[in-house]
Design a protein around this ligand. Sequence first.
Ligand code: ZN
Length: 244
Amino acid sequence: MRALIVSDIHSNIEAFRAVVADAEARGGFDEIWSLGDLVGYGPEPSECVELLRAHSHNAVVGNHDLAAVGKLSLERFNPYAAAANRWTAARLTREQADYIGGLPLTLELDEFTLAHGSPRNPIWEYLVTVDAAIACFTHIDTYWCLVGHSHTPFMCIPQGTTGAAFLAFPPDRLVQLDSRPLIVNPGSVGQPRDGDARASYVIYDDSAGTIVHHRVAYDIAATQEKMRRHGLPDYLIERLAVGM
Ligand code: ZN
């Protein structure tokens, strides 16, 4: 079984389609695992929901998803995110909103725990500190954990008995999984923030026991044009070009 692992698609169908096509060209996949924030920020929320649902998939819910279906207050969203989220809420069909609202906060698949932010706080925690990483290792019952939310690809391993080390996750290098704990963030499909504007994703191959990170270019200008047409905030449009 090969899983296409994606996170933070954020209504960017151009990026999502490019990821699916690239993964298909690199040997294909059997299912998609989505780590949340399918919608919010970008111009095509409904299309992203439908592309995910066109494939066999497993998905957890993110903070933008919950806000877009009225299950999370926009109080903690910055003004740009809140404006885009209100726009998103009005675009989703009732049926799509019900689907999103029914997604779980965490999932265990194979030896992975999936959460948007972190296993202990799936909605809000950014798993970017040693403290959060240690809490994650003690929190999960599986060997490995998959998170999104920070829009930055990385791997994290325990260090000694009380530490954790964040490692770069360079594209195209096969990583062999073993029984040692590991946290993986596949980066963001629709709004990367690590200085690389290309869409980011991971392929997990369960028979080989490997994961690999890939980047793929997509038509950023097309997404930006659609966002402009819908009057989405300039800040959100411009950041796509720089991947920050
Ligand atoms: Zn996000």
